[in-house]
Design a protein around this ligand. Structure first.
Ligand code: ATP
Ligand code: SKM
Ligand code: MG
Length: 160
């Protein structure tokens, strides 16, 4: 959460001359509600079901850079769909995470005690991010442009 998937994803798409899509945005557009509202009104399992369908559809329809929600990899079917794709795990440490996400209600899973919750989420998810990633790119102390450059290098992709 807040690692820069949307920011770097758009920069990367620009550098590659391809389209950019973000499954969080797809869900918000389809539902006409903010993600935090979906969490509060319907609960996390309902959000995960919407997310799984959004990822499946985006992978089928879209040929370019796709940003996933931070928890999309929790779903085993989604992880299976990512097999065979280039998947970048953008990483950061907890202090950088707190700086980038702030304390707002926009990220429901970090709403209370964000430092502790972020650490716990990472402990629970790290192995899943590592399982699906074909490249890991640390983002600490790097600007979005520098991260984008590092992603291009890590994926050995040429610019358009
Ligand atoms: N490399 C970076 N260095 C500093 N700040 C950054 C960097 N990348 C992104 N940011 C800032 O951090 C915040 C979160 O970035 P962004 O929304 O792109 O993350 P995200 O991974 O898409 O988040 P979410 O999980 O909510 O979708 C934004 O304010 C953005 O400007
Ligand atoms: O890491 C997560 O579980 C989330 C990340 C965001 O991208 C959103 O999909 C939502 O806030 C949940
Ligand atoms: Mg985003």
């Amino acid at each position: 959460m807040g690692v820069g998937k949307s920011t770097v994803g758009q920069l990367l798409a620009g550098r590659l001359g391809v389209g950019f899509r973000d499954t969080d945005d797809d869900i918000v557009a389809a539902e006409g509600r903010a993600i935090s509202d979906i969490f509060v009104e319907d609960g996390e399992p309902a959000f995960r079901a919407l997310e799984k369908e959004a990822v499946r559809r985006a992978l089928a329809e879209h040929d370019g850079v796709l940003a996933l929600g931070g928890g999309a990899i929790l779903d085993p079917d989604t992880r299976a769909l990512l097999a065979g794709e280039r998947v970048v795990h953008l990483s950061m440490d907890v202090e950088e995470a707190v700086r980038r996400t702030g304390l707002g209600a926009a990220r429901p899973l970090l709403a209370v005690n964000p430092r502790k919750q972020w650490r716990e989420l990472m402990e629970a998810r790290r192995h899943l991010y590592e399982e699906v990633a074909t490249a890991v790119v640390p983002t600490d102390g790097r600007t979005p442009d520098e991260v984008t450059e590092a992603v291009l290098d890590a994926l050995e992709l040429k610019e358009a």
